[in-house]
Design a protein around this ligand. Structure first.
Ligand code: BTN
Length: 334
């Protein structure tokens, strides 16, 4: 059975369950034209995709939360005119290994291009980690962008993109967004989303980046599975006021495209004030783990290169360009 055939067979079943109401096995099997045993196999397959499906004797099957699939036409229609004019393509894939990987392998001639996926089978995070990507629950977006020249402050792009995402979430009505250096999107201690920028291009040649964003929208604890760090979702913050994923997707893309144009013209300078306002670590004791090194001190914001400034107990100020920040040490004693 080919993969395309599997998707074509399974999608109608996912859509039949989309309202999160109970559906009897008998009715689902009849609608699909398969036996009850074959239906059970298809349900198991959808669970492998990451759908949270409850089964109960006498009632049948239901999804834990309603499913409204992403739709490229709806996303495009909701984009601002400027974004629509600038973007060459906005696509939605069903399941891919990684949206970043797909765009890294796509022709640069189609840039700027955006790709969303309903699920990723090998979603990747920063520092070689996996990014949990269950079907239909979150947003997984990559945007490929080719800069006309080599931006002098390319190293600050991850921070500028963090600001863009925070702006988008604020515009979508999500309160209390903060950034943990360099660009973890957080609500308090809990991670709401992450950004992974991957680059192709050689120094002196064209500079092409693929900006990957993962945003937890309505992921259930069951779908989150083995995520070990504290996490949250838009749904956990906003409840019934959670915007539709298609609307959030457009909001994110608008803010990203606008921020990239701003970054191209003015570099990081126009993002520093916003980044500093969103900085969750400033004034707190932090521990930074780098490659084989550990530093503890007070976080004192960022410099114009986007480096994190940490003051150690001997009064020295260190400007860190890489490392993993741990905020668990609490505020500095007054
Ligand atoms: C992080 O570790 O905080 C970054 C997570 C980035 C995840 C996104 S999901 C869309 C894109 N495709 C990937 O494989 N990763 C990024």
């Amino acid at each position: 059975m080919t993969r395309a055939l599997e998707d074509a067979e399974l999608l109608p079943l996912a859509d039949a369950l989309a309202d999160a109401g109970w559906h009897s096995g008998e009715a689902l099997a009849a609608a699909a034209g398969v036996s009850r045993a074959a239906l059970a196999k298809r349900i198991a397959h959808l669970e492998d995709w990451g759908l949270d499906i409850e089964a109960r004797a006498g009632l049948g099957y239901r999804l834990a939360t309603p499913l409204a699939r992403l739709d490229a036409a709806i996303i495009r229609a909701a984009l601002g005119a400027g974004t629509r004019a600038r973007l060459r393509a906005v696509d939605v894939a069903l399941r891919v290994d990684s949206t970043n990987q797909r765009l890294l392998e796509a022709p640069a001639a189609h840039d700027p291009q955006a790709l969303f996926a309903e699920a990723q089978t090998a979603g990747r995070g920063r520092r070689g980690r996996d990014w949990r990507s269950p079907f239909g629950a979150n947003l997984y977006l990559s945007l490929a962008w080719s800069f006309a020249g080599w931006p002098p402050q390319l190293g600050t792009l991850p921070l500028a993109v963090g600001v863009a995402c925070a702006r988008a979430l604020a515009a979508a009505g999500v309160p209390g967004i903060g950034l943990k250096w360099p660009n973890d999107l957080r609500v308090g201690d809990a991670k709401l989303g992450g950004i992974l920028i991957e680059q192709r291009g050689e120094f002196g040649g064209a500079c092409r980046v693929v900006i990957g964003i993962g945003l937890n929208v309505a992921m259930s604890a069951q779908q989150a599975g083995a995520i070990t760090q504290e996490w949250t979702s838009v749904q956990a913050v906003l409840g019934d006021a959670t915007p539709a994923r298609n609307a959030l997707a457009a909001c994110l893309l608008d803010a990203l495209v606008e921020a990239l144009a701003e970054f191209e013209q003015r570099g990081f300078s126009s993002f520093i004030a916003d980044w500093s306002r969103l900085d969750l670590a400033a004034g707190h004791r932090v521990r930074i783990e780098g490659a084989g090194s550990l530093l503890e001190g007070e976080a004192c914001g960022i410099d114009e290169q986007g480096a994190l400034i940490v003051q150690t107990s001997d009064g020295q100020r260190h400007h860190l360009h890489a490392g993993e920040v741990s905020l668990r040490l609490g505020p500095v004693a007054a």
